[in-house]
Design a binder for this molecule. Structure first.
Ligand SMILES: Cc1cc2nc3c(=O)[nH]c(=O)nc-3n(C[C@H](O)[C@H](O)[C@H](O)COP(=O)(O)OP(=O)(O)OC[C@H]3O[C@@H](n4cnc5c(N)ncnc54)[C@H](O)[C@@H]3O)c2cc1C
Length: 467
């Protein structure tokens, strides 16, 4: 019997445009696809990601089965599971993507060593990036620390290779017994919590393709104008599909088209964050600007809890945090706003926000999340200047001018009119009473004075050692 090759899926849970799958097929042997749930380390998938992963693996398993191969599921330490499977099945080679996450890269090194010791080989083939991190270098040969020249360097490269179709058949190998997906307990204990996720998302490759097709038609043309408006469906909502690799960034690049530059620039923000993580593996924990380790962050469990639950008394912040809780996703402008409120108005460490997002976002992504939080905290490679503090009232009036977004997610304020909905504490008692709002009872008073919080943050920043 011909020895199989292993195809080790990571965050590239798709069959189309999958170069590691193509390389495995080219080896001319039966293919044994495998996914390992490795929950070691601080960045094991959070609750929303686990929900997504369950459904995405179910979809991948069905796609493989329809083509002739069964997905083998194993739980444990990847560095042990993969070499043991290779030994058990006699596989000479293992094909896999080339993830950027530090823990995944450590797995790769350990697996490559263990396989190598037995004369087997790990082939890493890029599946999740547009451009290899080694190829995008500044004039001095180092990595870019600033987005704009990074994006320019990417756009000067030849276009990424056109996407490959999914193979019609995959010669499957007879493999050892798989774990049952249900036995992994990835779905939440309280199915009610996932109601908003189920209503919003279709995890898996075909759900991803459908969302891409829907966006790449008309909405992509309005993206430049609509992308900052949380009250409109102006963005692609492809982030969880991209995170789990149900779509490759190359598929998105070609479907949307490089001429739609406003959108391609956002895809390159993703690329930038991924490359940053590759160059700075401690980015999820450590500020890229070292001075920020001295920041006198506050300890305020009640404030943190109010922020997490959308009970800060600041309508746009609460709307964003409730959207996050209910559908596992928040509009980008609102992510910036709720992030700024946490690290500036409340002066709480950005890592607390990063952790909460990690647990609750369906698109929780180590590079994009750390990149977003460091950007908003002012401590990242190419960050918003710390002294730029978003004003949630002005942001609301500008980007949610009719209050539609706040009304949707904070229904107890729904009857307030647009003039006061972003600052109900400015409304007269009569106005509040007419809308059925009693501050401190039906809706909280702001947990921080916006001007006072801003000044406190600026003072803390001014006292930091200068780089
Ligand atoms: C504090 C904070 C935390 C964030 N955490 C994450 C995260 O965990 N995972 C995540 O995918 N994105 C994160 N982002 C980036 C961004 O908010 C989301 O990618 C975007 O809102 C997803 O919605 P979309 O798919 O409709 O985006 P679109 O506007 O349609 O953009 C298309 C794609 O480009 C990428 N992209 C867009 N903006 C950014 C950005 N600023 N940084 C990196 N990639 C970007 C995403 O893959 C996105 O799907 C974070 C931003 C902030 C400010």
């Amino acid at each position: 019997m011909t020895a199989p090759v292993l195809l080790w899926f990571r965050n590239d849970l798709r069959l189309a445009d999958h170069s590691a799958l193509q390389a495995a097929l080219a080896a001319g042997a039966p293919v044994l696809p495998v996914y390992v749930l490795d929950e070691e380390g601080p960045w094991a998938p959070g609750a929303a990601s686990r929900w997504w992963l369950h459904h995405s693996l179910a979809s991948l398993g069905a796609g493989l089965r329809a083509r002739g191969a069964d997905l083998l599921l194993r739980r444990g330490r990847a560095a042990e599971v993969i070499p043991a499977l290779a030994a058990e099945t006699g596989a000479r080679a293992v094909f896999t993507g080339a993830p950027v996450e530090p823990a995944e890269r450590a797995h790769d090194r350990a697996v490559a060593d263990a396989l190598g010791a037995e004369g087997r080989t790990l082939h890493r083939v890029r599946t999740t990036l547009l451009f290899p991190p080694e190829a995008i270098r500044n004039r001095g040969g180092g990595p870019f620390g600033v987005y704009t020249p990074f994006a320019k360097a990417c756009l000067a490269q030849p276009d990424p290779p056109p996407p490959l179709p999914a193979p019609a058949t995959i010669p499957g190998a007879r493999g050892p017994t798989s774990d049952r997906l249900e036995s992994w307990g990835l779905l939440p204990q309280h199915p009610d919590w996932a109601g908003g996720l189920r209503a919003t998302w279709t995890p898996g490759e075909s759900g991803a393709a459908a969302r891409l097709a829907a966006f790449a038609g008309k909405p992509a043309d309005r993206y430049g104008a609509d992308r900052d408006r949380p009250d409109r469906d102006g963005t692609s909502m492809l982030s969880p599909h991209l995170h789990f690799g149900e779509l490759s960034p190359g598929q998105v690049w070609y479907a949307v088209g490089r001429d739609r530059t406003a959108y391609i620039r956002e895809l390159l923000w993703r690329e930038f964050c991924q490359h940053l993580l590759w160059h700075h593996p401690d980015m999820p924990e450590m500020p890229l600007r070292a001075a920020f380790t001295e920041m006198p962050w506050r300890d305020d469990p009640a404030g943190l809890r109010a922020w997490q639950r959308g009970r800060t008394g600041v309508p746009l912040v609460d709307a964003g945090m409730r959207q996050l809780w209910q559908i596992g996703w928040v509009h980008n402008r609102v992510r910036m706003l709720v992030g700024s409120f946490l690290v500036k108005h409340l002066l709480l460490p950005w890592q607390e926000g990063e952790r909460w997002f990690w647990d609750t976002l369906v698109d929780a992504d180590l590079g994009n999340n750390a990149g977003g939080w460091q950007w908003i905290a002012g401590c990242g490679a190419d960050a918003a200047p710390y002294f730029r503090v978003f004003n949630p009232v002005l942001q609301g009036r500008k980007f949610d001018p009719d209050g539609t977004y706040v009304r949707r997610w904070v229904p107890e304020l729904a009857r307030l009119d647009a003039k006061v909905i972003h600052a109900p504490w400015e409304a007269s008692d009569d106005t509040l009473a007419a809308a059925g709002v009693t501050l401190g009872r039906t809706y909280p008073r702001p947990i921080v004075d916006l001007m006072g919080g801003r000044d406190r943050a600026l003072a803390a920043f001014a006292a930091l050692p200068k780089a």
